[in-house]
Design a protein around this ligand. Sequence first.
Ligand code: PLP
Length: 413
Amino acid sequence: MISPFYNTICPADVYLKEKKEMTDKEKDEKFFGRGNPAMELEVIKAEGSYIYGADGKKYVDFLGGAGVGNLGWGVQEIEDAIRNKERPSYVYPNFRYKPWTELAELLAELTPNHLVKSYRMTGGSEAVEAALEMATMYTGRKKIVSIEGSYHGNTMGALSIGASKKQKPFPNLLQGCEKIELPLNEEKLKHLEELLSSNHVAAVIMEPVIINLGVIIPEKEFMSGLNRICKATGTLLIMDEAITGFGRTGKMFASEHFDIQPDILCMAKAITAGHAGMGAVITSEEIDKKVGGKIGLYSSYGWHPVAVDASLAALHFLQENRERLFENIRQLEETFKKGISGVEFAESPEVRIIGAAIGIDLKDEDYASEVKEKALQNGLLINTEGSSLLFLPNFQMSAETAVEGIELLKTCV
Ligand SMILES: Cc1ncc(COP(=O)(O)O)c(C=O)c1O
């Protein structure tokens, strides 16, 4: 047989012996494909605001599964809904299934008023693809405008509208994709007005608060200007709320911070609070009338029954505890603002906080990576986006845990 270890023919018993002698880490490196190298943390348990490693260490979790874990880990109500329920093991997408209707109705209730029609997706990238398909079909136009450096997922369409430098090895599927550079100011609005007045642009897509660029909070004037230009030119406005949705910025959806009317809104991540893979894209009746049934929105595993039960439980929990959770987000915002001001970074950083989305721009990518690495060693899990540290704590995190994490951060800078 062919050994996966050497490109030579080797007897089965030699292959099996080599495999047996490999450590778990070596096996991970050998057999498990990853976009990024694995961190030195093997997870065995996640509970509340803490992650537990196979090394016996307990880590304060400011990473929150990159925005997935908005309610903290192991929420009993969601665990129960998954485990203690009878359901079909699978439902073919063209059948009717009551929990699908229930979830779609709930999403229409939670999202801005005019958005009513939800489509089933397995995650954020798929939701973004569907949104782009909808916009190009609805408008009959081919160009898309996005924010330079942004991230909208790993599929080819999503990569094409994302950061130019990350899409380099691939063909840009959307040949007409134009990128708007930060900062988002008056000058960029003028540029957008020129671009969109050509009537070739199907949609502008962005995160309403750009968490993937280290929590960039656009000016209200920029967003209402963008909305005005889109409406005047028949260009659709797509808000990718894969991370910002379901409370992350202190509102149910970050679009609500602005005077805008998104035509399509993408959801993922916290839609199940981390208990199953799921995404959704929601649009207006008017748009749906023109695109519904015409584009390939079939997804074999879109809204699998287990994921739907997890999502219904997570969203009901969010709804029922809304006041308490949103009050805690406000308090966390204050705790982080105060705590971070007491951290002695190498140079004074730019701190951007909105709700439970916290970006600390250290203006130095290497330094940010060093802090992240040291934090891991010292028992604190954080993320980075370029030169910014990114914290996405869950909405049930206590002030004590937030302070515990900030104290650990002090030992890493
Ligand atoms: C804004 C945004 N859009 C889309 C995606 C892709 O989502 P998924 O990883 O579920 O495909 C992400 C993931 O980080 C995201 O942050």
